[in-house]
Design a protein around this ligand. Structure first.
Ligand SMILES: [Zn+2]
Length: 292
């Protein structure tokens, strides 16, 4: 990449950082994951996040959690980083097989490798780094949400449900969008006052109904800082058991589907938030951060 290109890219990225979030998990799903995460940060991690966030965020991570989606138009190469693509009906995730950019065939480009990559970049916090760690933070915060959306690790053959048209009640929708946004929107509409009320309810479940499981969610095998392979495996299992199940082309998805699926969505939002916080707490609890 020549010098001019670098300047151009930095200029575009800086410009995009200033844009309001586009309505494109959907914005609500990402905001929920980031709200849950930011409330669980250690003192050290909270200080680092505050320092890295752009001023326009007002120290609210959730306000920038959909930033990576707005980049997809400007940088088409980044699209592959939002997904992993598994073979039809395999219902499991394998790094060597499924972490591939379907458009270019380039291996190692998917949401799993992206999380590892931005984790490694953030570990350079407090050192003279060549990376823009504000972007690294916004990317990892977004991708930790995406990887917990079951259809972001769905079948490549239907582009994670993007090629399956269904009816969400009366409205025509793709199955992917149903899981990105419609289930959450319907849930907030029916059961809660607003998104903060919904986040409160999930946080209560984290400290009560799921309290015994939270430590397991947070832990990675060995001494890993984030363990995206595990999250992708869980997602494709949920995609098979819940998202694709009963949702073939032309299906009408109504209360029967909604009432049995929203608890899965809630669980995945909670896990995404808890794990984003756990990863950031580990990242900023390093010797580098201690030197700040
Ligand atoms: Zn995304």
């Amino acid at each position: 990449m020549g010098c001019y290109r670098v300047v151009q890219v930095v200029a575009i990225v800086s410009f995009v950082l200033l844009l309001p979030n586009t309505h494109a998990w959907g914005d609500d799903g990402h905001a929920i994951v980031c709200k849950i995460a930011q409330a669980r940060l250690s003192t050290q991690a909270a200080a680092a996040v505050k320092k890295l966030l752009p001023k326009s965020a007002n120290n609210d991570l959730s306000s920038k959690c959909s930033w990576a989606d707005s980049l997809r138009v400007v940088f088409p190469w980044s699209s592959a980083l939002h997904f992993a693509n598994t073979p039809k009906d395999a219902c499991n995730y394998k790094n060597s097989r499924d972490c591939v950019d379907l458009k270019t065939g380039i291996k190692g480009r998917c949401v799993v490798s992206a999380i590892t990559n931005y984790t490694n970049q953030l570990l350079e916090y407090g050192t003279k780094t060549k990376y823009n760690l504000t972007q690294s933070l916004l990317f990892i915060s977004h991708f930790m949400g995406d990887i917990h959306q079951p259809l972001h690790c769905g079948f490549g053959s239907d582009r994670g449900g993007n090629d399956i048209s269904v009816h969400w009640y009366r409205r025509k929708q793709t199955l992917h969008h149903v899981w990105d946004a419609s289930i959450i929107e319907t849930e907030i509409e029916r059961f809660y006052d607003d998104i903060d009320d919904f986040v409160d309810a999930i946080q209560k479940n984290i400290t009560k109904a799921w309290a015994d499981e939270v430590e397991d969610w947070e832990n990675c095998r060995k001494d890993d800082i984030s363990c995206p392979t595990i999250y992708a495996s869980e997602s494709v299992e949920d995609a098979c058991a819940w998202a694709y199940e009963g949702a073939s082309e032309g299906s009408v998805l109504d209360d029967e589907y909604f009432l049995s699926r929203f608890p899965i969505v809630n669980l995945r939002l909670a896990q995404g938030g808890v794990r984003l916080a756990a990863a950031l707490n580990r990242i900023f609890n390093t010797k580098y951060a201690a030197e700040m």
